[in-house]
Design a protein. Structure first.
Length: 279
């Protein structure tokens, strides 16, 4: 019997993460589900941040994977909590659907309720491509949610500008950093949305990016004491969660909201609240 890549990855993921969850139980972690949503608050110092942009608040959501294990009610709770943070900017870093691209028809109208003074911007992830990226893109377009596909936008607040760029998925797409930064006409702080965090090793070499925001890893979904995540995906094995410095560029990896398999151990779903400060 011939199976496709997604079916193989899912079956391997269920077996591997299930085995890790059983191992975690031996360490005293008997709860295999952690629905409690965490808001991680992070301050990131940028060398070239104008004084008037100090305190800029960015909220990141990632890896929703709507259906079958992540339900719209949970996503709506996350959206309400995100809006309550009163962000200046909201970014979505890919993987909105899981089994079928048509789940975007339910998800995109919910995401349209996100509210930030500078807007809501997003990129595509590998699962969006593996299902049907045209359907996912159409859902975002219908909900009037901008998708940055190897492109960027100059944003301003309090008389100062910064640049927000987004690249295509690094696993199954064609990320083009040069094209994404083509609209950067000023030497301004630059934030890059890239679904897979391990792309940071390449992108940090460019020298123009202040901060990369990624998801993809889910933090492994299962984390063992003193060990970390036994199972991590391609392009998410080096920088699996939290804040890193890669050369002169900051990187933050969000653990995601959703589930690929219905297990989370010691690895809560996450909303990230990032406050930019001057270095």
């Amino acid at each position: 019997m011939k199976i496709n890549r997604r079916t193989f990855l899912k079956s391997m993921g269920i077996a591997a993460i299930g085995g890790c969850a059983a191992a975690a139980s031996n360490f005293g972690y008997s709860h295999f589900s952690e629905p409690q949503l965490a808001v991680e608050q992070v301050q990131i110092p940028l060398q070239n941040l104008p004084a008037s942009l100090e305190g800029l608040k960015i909220v990141q959501l990632s890896d929703i994977h709507l259906h079958p294990y992540t339900h719209i009610e949970f996503v709506q709770q996350a959206i309400a909590r995100t809006n309550a943070l009163k962000p200046d900017l909201i970014v979505l870093t890919g993987d909105y659907v899981q089994e079928t691209a048509e789940s975007i028809d339910e998800l995109a109208p919910a995401l349209a309720a996100l509210d930030a003074r500078l807007g809501v911007f997003s990129i595509i992830g590998n699962h969006d491509i593996w299902t049907n990226v045209k359907v996912v893109r159409a859902g975002f377009e219908q909900a009037r949610l901008p998708l940055l596909h190897n492109q960027g936008v100059m944003l301003g607040m309090a008389g100062a500008n910064f640049y927000l760029a987004g690249v295509d998925d690094g696993w199954s797409g064609q990320p083009d950093l040069k094209a994404a930064l083509a609209g950067r006409t000023q030497d301004v702080p630059t934030i890059l949305l890239a679904h897979e965090p391990d792309l940071a090793d390449k992108f940090a070499l460019d020298g123009r990016i202040s901060l990369q925001l990624s998801g993809h890893t889910h933090g492994g979904q299962v984390r063992l004491p003193g060990f970390g995540a036994p199972v991590l995906p391609y392009l998410g094995r080096k920088y699996d969660q939290g804040l890193y410095k890669v050369n002169n560029m900051w990187l933050y990896t969000n653990r995601g909201l959703g589930l690929i398999v219905p297990i989370r151990v010691n690895c809560s779903p996450e909303i990230t609240e990032i406050t930019l400060i001057r270095a």
